[in-house]
Design a protein around this ligand. Sequence first.
Ligand code: SF4
Ligand code: SF4
Ligand code: SF4
Length: 583
Amino acid sequence: MPATAEAKTMTIEANGLKIEAKPGEMLLETLRRAGIHVPTLCHIDGLFPSGACRMCVVEIEGRPGLVPSCACPVTDGMKVETHSPRAIRARKTIIELLLANHPDDCLYCVRCDNCELQTMAAELGVRQRRYGNTANKRRYFEDRSSPSIVRDPAKCILCGKCVRICEEVQGVSAIDFGGRGSDSHICTAFEEGLNVSSCVYCGQCVVVCPTGALTEKSYIREVLTAIADPEMTVVVQHAPSVSVTLGEEFGIKPGTDICGIMTAGLRQLGFDRVFDTGFSADLTIMEEASELVHRINTGGVLPMLTSCSPGWIKYVEEFYPDFIPNVSSCKSPMQMLGAVTKSFYAEREGIAPDKIYSVAIMPCTAKKFEAGRAEMGRNGIPDIDAVLTTRELAEMIRMRGLDVTSLKPEAADTPFGERSTAGKIFGATGGVMEAAIRSAYYFLTGHDLEQLKVEAVRGLDGVKEARVNVDGLEVCVAVVNGLGNAAALLEQIRAGRRDIHFIEVMTCPGGCIAGGGQPRTTNLDAVRERMAALYRIDRDEPVRASHHNPSIKRLYEEYLEEPLSHKSHDLLHTHYAERKVMK
Ligand code: SF4
Ligand code: SF4
Ligand code: SF4
């Protein structure tokens, strides 16, 4: 765009107020920036407007009908009424029609109290049924076939957000619109269960769904049963990003780290031991950085691809099986911690592995799937017994009546409670790469990087690249988040690109801080705050590299011997194979 056009701003009038608009933006964006709330059920920031729900309609002077503000480019001098009686009446009618076909089971719905449909009905004063009756509602079966996601099409309002995220951001297209007219619904290929579809269980559709039509599969009951069993030692680990997001479920500002409070809360919930997945993120780096160094030194398969994001692993198995040899053999931090808990820790404490129930609090719905993979256990005993999302942990805390604001912070337990900040920044896109660079540099040169911060791999951009000089060798790294971005990079490599040594891939846009199991938000500022919190921790704490974590050194001295040892391979590494699914 020419410099003059870029510099030009416009003024519009909304509800009698003069507000500034940027050329090329849609009216909804302008109104939101000015703090004017216009409801929408189908809009996703950053994606092209679909205009499907019509909730954002407004009146514009000189135009005869109502106009969807999400799909209306601003023009200089435009005069807008966002809440005219006609606009409100139209929105109310839309909600009434949606409710006509909606099950009346709000009291039993997992989204009760945070359902966008329910909120809008309340805001618009919908207090009686005007259309439809209970006998004529569409009937659908709930799809509980997947280990991660539950689909309840009866609660679907056909906003299309799930379809768009799955196709346009993730490039998976596991779900789409099916049927016609009043029979329209969201379905998988051949109307099969999600478990046989190409779904990678990332849960990004769950995060954007405005109603209870898409939710995570809950394992709270199984965890409560284990806690109540006196024969079981119930251990819990929490992923690096969870402590900076959990607070949002209790009205605490996004980006507030409540790690100590969360640990205290987990003990009150009845967990016998609280471990930090940040510890095993450090362990992952020890193994992964060593594997990278080994591949570089021995002419192994490059670029090496990270393996800690389970949605990404399933995606490679299904869509890019030719890249399986590039994927690191390291298990994810969650699985590594599960494995050393049921081996080293079990032996040390004299507990039979099958008497340990291992729970993981994750930002992630795909982790539920990962925990059940056949590769993730030994002798028929899984590394991890149950995965709960951040949202499920919040539900357990509410169920138990804990007041998070009055809990006193506590430290995690030995031997897996200590982490470096390199293990903590795993929660943000680029964090794994930065942590790996710190340790790989040390392994190759014998000393630490002068500047531990690797600015080029930080931030929310979908694709980032950096070149690091390691004793004369220029190591080229790339960081991608969102599977659509990953696919684009893999296509470049298929087409002959050969300069990259190491690629970090996170399934979820932004990484785990915006994972499918996190407190629901579509506000990018909240995601930025979560990321900033992790980097503040990295800035402020003294131990900033995985290889300097004292508990990691002890684990190698006492048990694993060294990275890539026989024992490490047995416990901490695995392999993957091509996966055929219905597409
Ligand atoms: S979980 Fe992810 S892959 Fe599966 S349907 Fe939802 S967005 Fe698509
Ligand atoms: S399942 Fe949810 S996100 Fe998808 S179309 Fe239905 S209401 Fe919208
Ligand atoms: S990016 Fe994080 S939350 Fe998303 S699938 Fe990967 S591990 Fe799970």
